[in-house]
Design a protein around this ligand. Structure first.
Ligand code: URA
Length: 493
C-alpha cells in the first residue's frame, strides 16, 4: 500500500498521481492521507511497481479543469476520488467516463466542482476591502477578510488582481491568503482570525450608501438570502444594518404608499437625478448615489457587475477630464486600447476625435470624455479582439454610471457620439442621420448635440467622402459654441 499526503496542494497530488499512474499502481493500492509523510509508500515498495520511467498516459482536457476545481474542495477524500477517476479514464474504454452522468464518481466530482465554483463566485462578490493606509510612496494599501469553506483563494485571486490592479491588497482567510503589490501575486498560509476590528471610514461610507439605496417596497428576503447567504454577512459592512432595514421595511413601505404624491418639479436639471435614484433602487446594486464626485464614481465603477461585459473586459474605463468641464462628450464603449490602458478615447477613433475637436476650437484637455458603456465588448478573431456593439441591456445597465457622471460634471454642453450614446441618454428611436445637430433635451444639459461617432468616419472607404464627412463632424462639434459663450436654455414646451 502507498501512503501519500498531498496536503492541500493540487500540484503535489498531480505529480504523485502521474508517477503512480505511470507505474501502474491501482487506486486501491494508494492511501491518500492528510497526515502521512510524503511519498513514504513509494519509497518502501519500489519493486512492485516501476514508478520511475513509463510515460504518463494522456488525459482528456476536461479532466484537468475538473480536477483543478475538485482539488479546491475541503473534503479529504477528494484526492482518492480524483485518482480513481484518473485511473478509470486512462484504462481501456474509459476515455468518455466524464460523459456518464450517472456514474457515482463522476456525480461526486461534479458536485464538488459545483460547490467550489459557487464559492469562488461568492468570494468575487462578497470580498470587501478595508483601507489600511498608504506606503511611503503614497500608494494605498487595502486588506479584506473572508471565510471560505473550500481552498479557493488561489483560484479566486486572479480576478482581484485584474479588477484591483492599481492598488496593493491582501485577502486574508483561514484557508490561505493572497497578496498583490502591483506587480506580483503571492500566497501565504491561512490565518485563524479576522485581524481587523470594527469599522473604518470606507465601511461607514458603504453602510450609508447601502441604507440610501435600500428600497423597502422591493424587499424580497428569500431572494436576497439566496444571492447573499447569511454566512457571508458577518464580513460585509452592510450586514449590520440589514436586519434593521428588513424589520422596518413593512412600515416604511406603508408610509411610502400612504404619502401624498410629490408635486412635479419644474427644475429640468433634477430630472436625471430622479431617474438615477430610481435606477439605483435594487438592493443588490452597487451603483453610485446622486451627487457622487467623479473620482468616487471611478473608484466604485471598478467593481461593477451590472451586466456580463465585465467578465471579458480587462477593466471598466471611467470618464476622464476636469470636474468642472463645460463640455462632456459621450462615446459608445472603450475600444481595445482603452480597455488595456483604462483611459477613454486613446485609440484611433479617439485620435480622430481629438483632431476634430482641435479644428472645432474645443480644448480636449478641458473637456470630460466618457462612454455610454464602460466595459469593452469584443469577440476573438485569432489573436485579435474585435469590437462588438453593446446591446440595449448593457447600455441600460451602464446608464446609472453615465447619469452619475453627468450629475457630477453638470456640463454646459453635452455631445453624444453615435447611436449608443443617443440610446442611453435620449432613449430609443433616435436616428443619427435624421436627428443630428442640436437636440432638445434640457434635462441633460443646456445644449445637447447629437452627431456621428468618429469610428464611423474611420470606416468610410472613399477619401473624398471621408473628408467631407469629417468637415460635417467638425461643424457639429462647433455647435458647442465658444468656451465663454453663455448658452441660453431652449424655450420650455
Ligand atoms: N470609441 C468609443 O466610443 N470610446 C472610446 O473610448 C474609444 C473608442
Amino acid at each position: 500500500m502507498h501512503t501519500i499526503d498531498p496536503g492541500d496542494s493540487f500540484t503535489t497530488w498531480r505529480d504523485a498521481a502521474r508517477r503512480l499512474l505511470a507505474g501502474g499502481v491501482p487506486p486501491d493500492q494508494v492511501l491518500w492521507e492528510k497526515e502521512a509523510g510524503l511519498f513514504t509508500g513509494l519509497a518502501e515498495e519500489p519493486a512492485r511497481y516501476d514508478l520511475s520511467g513509463s510515460p504518463t498516459p494522456s488525459v482528456p482536457r476536461a479532466f484537468v479543469g475538473l480536477a483543478e476545481n475538485v482539488a479546491c474542495h475541503r473534503d479529504p477524500a477528494r484526492w482518492a476520488l480524483l485518482y480513481r477517476l484518473l485511473w478509470r479514464l486512462t484504462r481501456d474504454g474509459g476515455r468518455h467516463l466524464l460523459a456518464l452522468a450517472s456514474d457515482d464518481d463522476v456525480v461526486r466530482a461534479r458536485r464538488m466542482e459545483k460547490a467550489v465554483r459557487r464559492e469562488i463566485h461568492k468570494m468575487h462578490a462578497f470580498v470587501r476591502f478595508r483601507k489600511l493606509g498608504e506606503d511611503d510612496s503614497g500608494r494605498e494599501r487595502f486588506a479584506a477578510w473572508f471565510e471560505p469553506d473550500h481552498f479557493i483563494v488561489e483560484a479566486a485571486a486572479p480576478f482581484f488582481r485584474k479588477r484591483f490592479a492599481n492598488m496593493d491588497w491582501s485577502i486574508l482567510t483561514p484557508r490561505g491568503c493572497a497578496h498583490w503589490n502591483g506587480g506580483e501575486l503571492a500566497f501565504s498560509a491561512g490565518i485563524d482570525r479576522d485581524p481587523f476590528d470594527g469599522a473604518d471610514s470606507l465601511e461607514d461610507a458603504w453602510r450609508t450608501y447601502y441604507r440610501s439605496i435600500f428600497n423597502p417596497a422591493r424587499l424580497k428576503t428569500r431572494a436576497m438570502q439566496a444571492e447573499m447567504p447569511r454566512r457571508y454577512w458577518k464580513n460585509l459592512p452592510e450586514a449590520g444594518i440589514i436586519d434593521e432595514l428588513v424589520r422596518t421595511s413593512q412600515p416604511r413601505a406603508r408610509d411610502m404608499i400612504a404619502a401624498p404624491p410629490r408635486p412635479l418639479r419644474r427644475e429640468p436639471r433634477n430630472a436625471y437625478l430622479d431617474q438615477l435614484r430610481e435606477l439605483s433602487q435594487a438592493p443588490s446594486c452597487a451603483l453610485p448615489p446622486p451627487g457622487t464626485p467623479r473620482d468616487e464614481i471611478a473608484r466604485l465603477l471598478v467593481a461593477c457587475r451590472q451586466c456580463p461585459l465585465w467578465e471579458r473586459a480587462t477593466r471598466a474605463v471611467p470618464g476622464e477630464g476636469p470636474a468642472d468641464a463645460p463640455i462632456m462628450i459621450v462615446g459608445e464603449q472603450p475600444g481595445d486600447r482603452e480597455d488595456l490602458e483604462g483611459r477613454p478615447f486613446i485609440g484611433p477613433a479617439g485620435q480622430l476625435l481629438g483632431r476634430a475637436m482641435a479644428e472645432a476650437g474645443i480644448d480636449r484637455d478641458g473637456a470630460y470624455l466618457t462612454n455610454a458603456v464602460k466595459h469593452f465588448k469584443w469577440t476573438a478573431r485569432g489573436k485579435q479582439r474585435l469590437h462588438q456593439k453593446p446591446d440595449a441591456a448593457a447600455i441600460d445597465a451602464c446608464k446609472p454610471w453615465l447619469l452619475a457622471e453627468l450629475s457630477s460634471i453638470a456640463p454646459r454642453v453635452l455631445i453624444l457620439l453615435g447611436a449608443t450614446a443617443a440610446r442611453s441618454l435620449l432613449g430609443p428611436g433616435r436616428r443619427i442621420t435624421r436627428d443630428r445637430g442640436l437636440v432638445d433635451a434640457p434635462q441633460l444639459a443646456r445644449r445637447v448635440i447629437l452627431t456621428v461617432h468618429p469610428s464611423h468616419l474611420l470606416r468610410l472607404p472613399d477619401r473624398a467622402g471621408a473628408a467631407a464627412e469629417f468637415e460635417r463632424f467638425v461643424a457639429d462639434l462647433r455647435l458647442a459654441g465658444s468656451p465663454d459663450e453663455s448658452v441660453p436654455a431652449p424655450p420650455a414646451d
